[in-house]
Design a binder for this molecule. Sequence first.
Ligand SMILES: [Zn+2]
Length: 425
Amino acid sequence: MRYYIAAFLIVAVLIVPSVMINFPTQSVAFVNAMNQIGNQLAAVITIVRNPVTIDEVRNNYATATTPRPDGTPPRKVRILVVPGHEPTYGGAEGYGLKERHLTLELGQNLIKYLKESGRYEVFTTRDAKGWTPEFASYFKNNWDQIKEWTNAHVAETRSLQSVGTYSRVTPPVGHSKADPSVALRLYGVNKWANENDIDIAIHIHFNDYPGHGSGPGKYTGFAIYVPERQYFNSTTTNAIALSVRNRLARYNPVSNLPGESQGIVPEQDLIAIGAFNSIDAASMLTEYGYLYEQRLQDPDVRRRTLDEMAYATYLGLLDFFEPATASSVARTYDTKVLPYRWTRVLGSTDDSAEDIFALQTALVLSGDYPPKGKTLNDCPRSGSFGPCTKAALSTFQAKYQILNERDVVGEQTIGILNRIYGNPL
Ligand SMILES: [Zn+2]
């Protein structure tokens, strides 16, 4: 059974070979294969590849603050943040939300954390005003070259197919196709990334799932799409994506959509992560959640959620580059929700969603949330005081011998919460 998500993920649509093929894992193997078939593409365009390795990107991180002997500024980790979709159209919409707005907000949070670190040189494709001047002019001035370059990658794929070296892997999850100009801009982003020596590209998306009528769908959670293992940028991307996945999974549900349930999904077709082997950078595309999830509905909880997921992404990168530092960050708070001061009793109809979201966060840290036998899909941090929160709260209260505040956060519970989670660790 195949599931089609209205993810508006952009797949290789411009030019879809009748049978698609895979790619070699080594550029040497690739060059050999090209020689064997007489290098018939040379007349079209020369494809130069320089896929980033784990050692290279880690070395860039390690020396990111070290002045160079010749006095030029240090070479930092060059990272490209790509909020999903066009500035003014496209992407999932519903529940009063537009995906392209959420991706921008999450992206801007992520950029803030990356810049604070001092080890990244951060680029982005668009901001609140639209495409950044860099990308607007790149698309405008290079449109024909982007087309040629894209077609060269496709032609190369067809040639390699003819020697029978590679195999096509069917994507686990179907995606909708983009119109050609949208697809070409995505290829343009890859081309720009190669020319600008980008180390890591991070594409940000949210999802919708059709067929659920007017109410919420049954699937929740995030999934990270990575290049299929035969792509040049697969190994480096996978290593980084695994770290990000683990950080995200601490507070956020992993998608329970069939095909996404491991949280990391290898793919050949998504342009963003290098369809036709078109990007050298480690490149991942995260579907951070479904538009109808409760954690995205209340404005305050949504703002917290987007910030949390940006921070988890940042910590995932930190884990990849500097595990010791990352664990020391975890010894303070690995969430931006805490520390938090609770001032109001909770458990009535006029509760503050932010208070409850912070309570749920504290209960994750205390090991009580989600309650025993439940997952974060069953019991997401939602800002809503339901059965999941009551069950976890009761376990928490029992540890502190609070016996007379059943199903409410009363004065005693507030006192304990503020003592433990109300101050910096
Ligand atoms: Zn999207």
